[in-house]
Design a protein around this ligand. Structure first.
Ligand code: HEC
Length: 140
């Protein structure tokens, strides 16, 4: 199997939002978005679970075993300091958090590696733009 084929399969991890009636998770390929826009990545890849406003209330949230984190209070819960490194690692999938690397919280490092055809610098750009976007959503 070629590398790109393998990555394409790994990218089949995004969960689409669903109507309240259908509490089933459907996996679709993560749509391509520009690495330059943290917001576009967030809206297309994260909002189904974490919610359009990142409050942990996306349409797919109720179908998950673990509730998606409210991403707007990360700084508040960390003494007012946004935990950028922690967020970065959570997105990549480096952290040894039980729900990570499961269908409930995909390892986006793999997905983005596929989307950026293995270009490491571009994957880093994606994750850091996403991290900055999440930082911009912090409540006081
Ligand atoms: C399939 C649903 C789902 C999708 C899609 C998803 N997440 Fe998550 N996310 C979760 C769940 C569930 C948790 C909670 C994990 C836990 O508590 O162990 C989580 C946790 C996190 C955390 C850790 C927060 C903390 O308190 O440590 C971050 C950061 C995060 N997600 C960012 C993202 C970003 C950015 C995206 C899009 C690229 C994304 N997530 C897509 C379900 C999802």
């Amino acid at each position: 199997m070629s590398q790109s084929k393998k990555f394409a399969i790994l990218a089949l991890m995004v969960i689409v939002g669903l109507g309240a009636a259908a509490q089933k998770i459907k996996k679709v390929p993560a749509p391509y978005t520009s690495p330059a826009s943290g917001k576009d990545m967030y809206v297309n890849h994260c909002a189904a679970c974490h919610g359009a406003e990142a409050k942990g209330d996306g349409p797919a949230a109720t179908a998950l075993k673990t509730s998606p984190t409210d991403l707007t209070t990360l700084a508040k819960k960390n003494g007012g300091k946004f935990p950028a490194n922690h967020v970065y690692s959570s997105i990549v999938g480096d952290l040894n958090v039980p729900a990570h690397g499961t269908p409930d919280m995909p390892m986006w490092g793999n997905v983005y590696s596929g989307m950026s055809k293995g270009r490491h610098a571009e994957v880093q750009q994606r994750v850091s733009n996403l991290t900055s976007y999440i930082e911009s959503l912090q409540v006081q």
